[in-house]
Design a protein around this ligand. Structure first.
Ligand code: ZN
Length: 191
């Protein structure tokens, strides 16, 4: 009883997170943390925590809008909240496999199934790692679960793992790793 009352009042974001998110308008890009900066690197390596009771939270709306602006400004195909200084389980990924290539928000995402085999994805790159591309070990497909901004649970299988075709499944895996403090440079294929 007491616990329920407390959790209802628990804010989605901390004061410090709210301050950072509301520092700019929806059209204001965040500064993207860089692994070459010592303080940034610590945050990029910190595992994130989940979001609770986030549906229709205005701060979440602002975060997603600003992350979208940041992604488009940086010409990326995915961005995770820790890359903009918010250590929470949320990222955006571009659906290269869908018409119009929409940017989709994934909250509290999980990889629930994948094949035993891996492939070597060509020229992985990251907005937080300047001037470096490398081939990374990835699954060719993943079955995933995540919540959208409305709080609806989505479960789907993501395919595509080639630069020559689409690589939606790779984007999801790359962004999901960010939430665990893992960077693609940890997963380079042996040449
Ligand atoms: Zn990245």
């Amino acid at each position: 009883m007491g616990l329920a009352a407390i959790s209802c009042k628990t804010p989605v974001f901390s004061k410090a997170e709210k301050a950072l998110i509301n520092e700019g308008s929806a059209e204001t890009a965040f500064r993207i943390l860089q692994v070459t900066d010592k303080q940034d690197a610590v945050l990029l390596r910190t595992p994130c925590t989940g979001l609770n009771r986030f549906a229709d939270d205005p701060t979440l709306g602002r975060l997603v809008a600003r992350m979208t602006t940041t992604l488009l400004t940086g010409n990326g195909v995915g961005i995770a909240a820790p890359q903009v200084g918010i250590s929470r389980n949320i990222f955006l990924f571009m659906r290269l496999d869908l018409p119009g290539e929409p940017i989709v928000t994934a909250i509290n995402p999980r990889i629930v199934n994948h094949p035993d085999t891996t492939i070597c994805f060509e020229r992985d790159g990251c907005l937080s790692i300047p001037h470096f591309q490398g081939n990374s070990i990835r699954y060719p497909w993943v079955e995933v679960e995540y919540y959208n901004e409305k709080g609806e649970l989505i479960r789907e299988r993501l395919e595509g793992y080639s630069r020559h075709d689409t690589f939606t499944s790779i984007i999801f895996q790359h962004e999901y790793d960010h939430l665990q403090g893992i960077l693609f440079t940890d997963k380079l294929c042996e040449e």
